[in-house]
Design a protein around this ligand. Structure first.
Ligand SMILES: Nc1nc2c(ncn2[C@@H]2O[C@H](COP(=O)(O)O)[C@@H](O)[C@H]2O)c(=O)[nH]1
Ligand SMILES: [Mn+2]
Length: 515
């Protein structure tokens, strides 16, 4: 019998494979030297041939989760319980330091392990988890304050022609150029080949709950004073008020992400992350796969993310610029923030999937953010509360308590749906770009706005500076059936078949990619 068996070697951390040949030669050498004690032989072996580094595995227990959310009925309790369960799975990932959930948290509707829920945030040490910023990288808010130029109806007409909603991209005869497309970034492995996608989707907003909201705000001396007091003197100076009075401004607020540019960057990032964890870990769920931020691949991914952020902001600005040109208006002030993203602070990468950054910026100022609630509620302009225990995030909206399918079940027939839509949009000029209204994007689909606001106050997540009251908005609406709806309507067998095909495509893609 051999001094050490292959089972002993595996138990000692050596991996079966080519290295075993070297190990067996060493063991034979020890035997020739008369060594008969297996323990001693193993000690010598570890000295002579170092075993590969220990592979990371998921932790037994999750790290701390801070919950800035409360539930007041059965539905909400079930919602929080599902969110908590998803976060606990994710928080077992070895590189995650802490997690938090916001008042708008809602579970994601898929059964995969360790998927971050909407309204979830995590602090990650020196690594980026693509899945934790989601495929809609840089989904963000952007507001322009301007002086009213025309009736609401006419301004909304102008807005309709300044942007576009729906799947795909702008018509190729009607593209909008922006200098962000001319940046020298297209050699980055995560961006290469994507310029055409970026080019055809400038001034384009996509579908789902992306929107162009038109509202109004009364800016008064106390708001201006608060902005000055918190270091936002530059923004305060944009507003000129009559003596001891307030001035009303119109505000255009857009909400969208990085369209197919971001979706492709995410897909590539996810493949690279899964490859990385396959090398250095065991049994890490795909949704928790990460890139080492200090590796070449990690740095390239980070640079790609930063570009996607610039592209998305340019996209918002292009829509606002085109709108102001059409109405002959001028931007008085601008504010914006991402809510699906990764932010670096020191060596820690803060990931938010539906979370508004609410920490102090480099100048020590609480950051400004925009929190929408639903199309009939004001959009909140807030100053970050910098609550460290909640990773210094605030919510990014009201969030859903019910999935789209569950909502449809509550309004099963055409007439109850129509009534709910009419009630939810009464007094507002709401335009559905693709033609048909979409119940799942009206106020009834979202959590109670007053309760979300109360939780923002209760947990000290942000301070409200101003409320941008709703006048009207444009959304994609129902363009037939979206991929999300289709997915929800599939049978388990169809879902398995699709998953299987996707997996095969992913494997083929992986074989082609040479990261
Ligand atoms: N002001 C409006 N707010 C809306 C509308 N539709 C949705 N929402 C809110 O936005 C957030 C953002 O959701 P996200 O996860 O897609 O980023 C959502 O939670 C709602 O509270 C609208 O038409 N107008
Ligand atoms: Mn969003």
């Amino acid at each position: 019998m051999s001094l050490l068996t292959s089972e002993d070697l595996v138990a000692a951390g050596y991996e079966p494979g080519l290295q075993f040949k070297t190990l067996l030669a060493k063991i034979a050498e020890y035997e020739e030297r008369g060594i008969a004690d297996p323990k001693y032989a193993l000690k010598l072996l570890k000295r002579d041939v170092a075993p590969p580094p220990v592979k990371h595995v998921m932790r037994e227990k999750p790290v701390a989760l801070a919950e800035a959310i409360s539930a007041s009925n059965k539905e909400e309790r079930a919602n929080v319980e599902a969110v908590r369960k998803q976060m606990h799975q994710l928080l077992k990932t070895p590189i995650i330091a802490r997690g938090a959930i916001m008042p708008d948290a809602c579970p994601v509707g898929c059964s995969a392990q360790a998927v971050i829920p909407v309204g979830g945030a995590i602090a990650v040490e020196n690594a980026i988890i693509p899945s934790a910023h989601s495929s809609d990288i840089c989904c963000s808010m952007f507001a322009t304050f301007y002086e009213e130029r025309s009736s609401l109806g006419k301004e909304l007409d102008a807005l309709m022609s300044s942007t576009r909603f729906g799947p795909e991209h702008r018509h190729l005869d009607d593209l909008v150029h922006d200098p962000v497309l001319d940046e020298d970034v297209w050699q980055n492995r995560f961006l290469t080949g994507l310029r055409d996608r970026a080019r055809t989707q400038i001034a384009d907003q996509g579908d789902g709950n992306h929107f162009a909201f038109m509202g109004e705000v009364d800016v008064d001396e106390s708001m201006v004073a608060l902005l000055r007091l918190t270091g936002h003197g530059e923004l305060a100076a944009c507003f000129t008020l009559p003596p001891e009075g307030s001035r009303r401004y119109r505000v255009l607020v857009t909400h969208h992400g990085s369209r197919s540019l971001g979706a492709h960057v995410y897909k590539r990032g996810q493949i690279a992350a899964e490859k990385h964890v396959a090398r250095v870990t065991q049994h890490i769920p795909a949704a928790a796969a990460w890139l080492d931020a200090s590796s070449d691949t990690g740095r390239d991914y980070w640079h790609a993310l930063e570009y996607v952020a610039r592209w998305t902001k340019a996209n918002h600005r292009a829509i606002h610029r085109r709108f102001l040109e059409r109405i002959g208006g001028k931007a008085i002030a601008e504010v914006g923030n991402e809510h699906n993203f990764v932010w670096q602070r020191g060596d820690t990468y803060y990931h938010g999937k539906g979370a508004t950054p609410a920490w102090k910026d480099e100048a020590g100022r609480p950051q400004l953010g925009l929190i929408p609630l639903n199309m009939a509620e004001p959009i909140l302009l807030v100053l970050g509360g910098d609550r460290e225990e909640f990773l210094s995030f605030a919510p990014h909206g009201a969030g859903r308590n019910l999935s789209r399918t569950a909502l449809r079940r509550q309004f099963p027939d055409e007439s109850s749906r129509r009534t709910a839509i009419e009630r939810g949009t009464a007094g507002l000029d709401v335009r559905w770009f693709c033609g048909k209204p979409d119940l799942s994007e009206t106020p009834v689909a979202y959590k109670n706005a007053a309760q979300v606001r109360e939780q923002i106050r209760h947990f000290g997540l942000a301070e409200i500076v101003a409320e941008i009251r709703p006048l009207g908005c444009i959304m994609a609406g129902d363009s037939g059936r979206s991929w999300r709806d289709r997915e929800e309507e599939l049978t388990p067998k169809q879902k398995r078949q699709i998953q299987h095909r996707a997996e095969r495509r992913r494997m083929n893609q992986e074989l082609k990619d040479d990261w």
